[in-house]
Design a protein around this ligand. Structure first.
Ligand code: HEM
Length: 390
């Protein structure tokens, strides 16, 4: 029996449940065919799924913010070490706190030599134990990122464990115990990065040195910059794992892609089409701080909006023949990495890390057909689609 969750014998109950559903894409198509913004009374938010509407929402920077005005840091972690890191992240701020570090992070990431990154990430990924596979999917990208930032090889597994604990603070589904673990990890990571920055001279060529050079950072380093350096690891974590896992699923489902997976360019193309077709980040949120009308729908102060990025990627007005997995697209468009002021500055890096991880996994000659037979499910999450292989 094929246990891979490819069929949709039930439809997701809502756009949050859709993230981890076997096949949410017919449900997303129905959403797109409806009004541009739909109020969901159970979730207490508006839902947007069309690409043009989502672009308008992501460009409405003044009126729509990344966090609710009354809760800049989730209540469950406010006042803790994890809350401190969360509160400084550019991803979680607008205005001055966003602008303080976003340009430097963006310039440092744009300056990466992606060929060299692929080679280094492949080396790191080859040293990650292959079992359990679902753990390897997490470890490969985050350990590669820790290496790029300048951690020594022997420190990589520990940084990986701290990051695994830390990201619990980003999920509304975490327990009190997990949040406590996230705070311990946040404290450890801040301390280790503080020590690492002492050696990160611009000459040593690490991403950390590049961030410091681009930031014109003085000593001692500000807590907000340190938090954003920790943030580079946490932004990599779930999202790149999902991209790697979903790319592997594309290869399991579609044997004709396996020929392309023999070259680095082919792997890169598989990962980039996966990022559009079955992305790892399915949605993001915005919160109105001023009244605004989007696509004819008035939003009031305090309203929350769920932007279903994964539905927008398959909007036929955005990408022709959107449901087909097409390696070469004349103009591939996607919103799974955001758009506008908060757009992901790590998109190219993420695709390179995932392609290197995929190369390392395929180098262990897995039986993709047997893996497909054994099947998979998705980790519980409100926004990230990350497979767990059986
Ligand atoms: C497949 C992997 C990834 C996906 C799907 C992804 C997706 C996203 C999305 C959707 C946003 C915007 C969120 C919003 O506007 O609400 C974002 C922001 C961000 N991402 Fe990524 N990301 C990935 C990997 C990475 C990596 C590897 C890095 C860096 C090392 C990174 C760094 C960031 C940062 C710093 C922001 C905040 C930007 C800002 O608010 O100005 N991401 N990402």
């Amino acid at each position: 029996m094929n246990k891979s969750p490819t069929s949709s014998d039930c439809i997701p109950v809502d756009s949050v449940a859709a993230v981890t559903h076997a096949d949410p894409y017919p449900f997303y198509a129905e959403l797109r065919a409806g009004p541009p913004l739909v109020w969901n009374d159970k979730l207490r938010l508006w839902v947007a799924s069309r690409a043009d509407v989502i672009e308008s929402l992501l460009l409405a920077h003044g009126a729509l913010r990344v966090r609710p005005a009354a809760e800049p840091v989730p209540r469950a972690i406010a006042g803790s070490a994890a809350g401190e890191v969360f509160g400084h992240l550019v991803r979680m701020n607008d205005g001055a706190a966003h602008q303080a570090h976003r340009p430097a992070l963006q310039r440092a990431l744009a300056g990466l030599d992606l060929n060299a990154v692929h080679t280094a990430a492949l080396q790191v990924a080859r040293n990650v134990p292959s079992q359990p596979l679902s753990d390897a999917l997490f470890s490969m990208p985050v350990q590669a990122m820790a290496h790029l930032l300048g951690f020594a090889d022997q420190a990589l597994p520990q940084v990986d464990r701290w990051m695994r604990d830390f990201v619990a603070c980003l999920s509304p589904l975490s327990t009190a115990e997990e949040l406590q673990g996230a705070s311990i990890a946040a404290g450890e990571l801040m301390t280790r990065f503080e020590a690492l920055t002492a050696d990160a001279t611009p000459r040593n060529g690490t991403l950390l040195a590049a961030v410091l050079a681009e930031s014109d950072a003085g000593a001692p380093l500000s807590r907000s910059l340190l938090a954003n350096i920790v943030g580079l690891l946490s932004q990599t974590y779930d999202a790149t794992t999902g991209l790697l896992g979903n790319s592997l699923i594309a290869l399991m489902r579609e044997p004709s892609l396996r020929q392309a997976a023999r070259t680095r360019d082919g792997l890169q193309a598989i990962v980039e089409e996966t990022a559009r077709h079955d992305p790892s980040v399915h949605n993001t949120r915005r919160f109105a701080v001023e009244p605004i009308t989007i696509a004819g729908t008035p939003l009031a102060v305090g309203d929350a909006v769920l932007l279903v990025l994964a539905a927008a990627n398959r909007d036929p007005a955005f990408n022709p023949d959107p449901d087909s997995f097409t390696l070469v697209r004349a103009r591939r468009r996607m919103l799974g990495f955001g758009h506008g002021m908060h757009a992901c500055p790590g998109q190219a890096l993420a695709c390179t890390l995932a392609a290197a991880g995929l190369e390392a996994l395929l180098g262990r000659t897995p039986d993709l057909d047997a893996m497909r037979e054994r099947g998979w499910h998705y980790r519980p999450s409100a926004n990230a689609r990350i497979p767990v292989f059986h």
